[in-house]
Design a protein around this ligand. Structure first.
Ligand code: 1QQ
Length: 375
């Protein structure tokens, strides 16, 4: 894989002398005891993503601890969805808490600053929800188990074009976020590739409340389909305002729309939304249903894609830690890179040579207030 000694792993956080005493590495017998940092959105806009992610991680960790092969101590930090806070949280985890690996952060915008820092420090980091172009390519220590927009968007647009007579599309996207911009790039490229006419391209910013100007323009161009690249807060409001204005064209959304928060906020206006995701909670699969049951019993609501991806990610990490047989950052990174044919609740996944996920998405739609198979 051509791994260089870049950063070398933990130079700043290991005790002087390099090697940790065996007693610190082994909890009891040969159970490897590892500190795992988590950077997630726990407060503010986007906390719906972070809540699902941390719930998924905690549930997985409970089971992993019970199985007793490795012991992961989760140290959870709030990024509030902000780049600077994500970075300072990660620095604290790496430099003071001596973590062997990091799960998160939630947004690609955050990963764009945290990823290079983790890579420089030689700390393996797994994004469980980051879908922008270029995330695993940040460096050898950066992985993700979330399907990139570049794989999901073609699948959802393809399904929409097959189901409806689509010739003209309008695009709306957030121009101040790494993920929403990347999703837009893919949407535009796919539309062009398919020979669809792009009637208008509209932009918005995080936290915007009024989309009247953008939606009026979209309505005037009478598209057959609207492609939206947004996080759930903005995305849901865009859908409700569109329906209130009498826009009836179906929406295709990127990863930001894969949250039940969209249904909570937009209600009926969310009906008909088309997305692509590796997670389908009603899949007739023993492992999936067991997870749904356990999660629902624990948290009083069904898991979403973000919970499922986080749950699988912690198992992928636990598996790598077990194979590494130590808390050494480099050894864990190398074991992670060798993850092939891992069977989780999302299905079977592998990391490619860049640390990106290899897995096919499923196309879903919102029907009767619920994500269902789009067919
Ligand atoms: C990203 C995303 C967001 C929707 C994560 C919550 O996909 O920032 O990459």
């Amino acid at each position: 894989l051509g791994i260089t000694a870049c950063g070398g792993g933990g130079t700043s956080s290991e005790p002087a002398g390099g090697e940790k005493p065996a007693a610190e590495t082994a909890a009891s017998g040969d159970t490897v005891n590892v500190n795992v940092g988590v950077v997630s959105i726990l407060t503010g806009s986007g906390a719906g993503y972070g809540e699902a992610i941390t719930n998924g991680l905690k549930l997985a960790n409970k089971e992993i601890t019970e199985q007793g092969k490795v012991k992961l101590n989760l140290l959870i930090e709030d990024s509030a969805g902000k780049q600077e806070q994500a970075l300072s949280s990660a620095q604290k985890l790496m430099n003071s808490d001596n973590v062997s690996a990091i799960i998160g952060p939630t947004l690609s915008t955050e990963m764009n600053v945290v990823g290079p820092e983790a890579d420089m420090n030689g700390v393996p980091i797994i994004g469980t929800s980051t879908t922008a172009q270029g995330i695993p390519q940040i460096g050898d220590y950066v992985f993700r188990n979330s399907i990139p927009e570049s794989m999901a968007i073609p699948a959802s647009i393809d399904a929409a074009v097959k189901a409806y007579d689509v010739k003209k599309v309008a695009i709306i996207y957030g121009n101040d976020d790494v993920f929403t911009k990347s999703g837009f790039d893919t949407m535009k490229a796919v539309a062009e590739e398919k020979g669809l006419e792009i009637t208008t391209i509209e932009e918005f910013q995080k936290g915007q409340a009024d989309y009247n100007a953008q939606l009026t323009k979209i309505k005037g161009t009478n598209p057959d389909l609207i492609l939206a690249s947004a996080l759930y807060n903005e995305g849901a409001v865009i859908m409700s305002q569109a329906r209130k204005m009498g826009i009836t064209a179906p929406f295709v959304g990127g990863n930001g729309f894969n949250s039940p928060e969209v249904i909570k906020i937009a209600g009926e206006a969310a009906e008909g939304l088309i997305v692509a995701t590796p997670w389908f909670g009603d899949k007739q699969d023993e492992k999936v249903q067991a997870f749904v049951e356990k999660y629902t019993a624990e948290y009083g609501k069904a898991p979403d894609q973000f919970a499922a991806q986080a749950y699988d990610a912690l198992y992928v990490l636990a598996d790598a830690v077990e194979r590494a047989g130590s808390d050494d950052r480099d050894a864990i990174r190398d074991a992670l890179a060798e993850t092939k044919g891992f069977k989780g609740i999302l299905g079977e996944m592998s990391f490619d040579e860049e640390g990106d996920i290899v897995m096919d998405p499923t196309v879903l739609t919102i029907k009767d207030g619920k994500f269902q198979l789009f067919q």
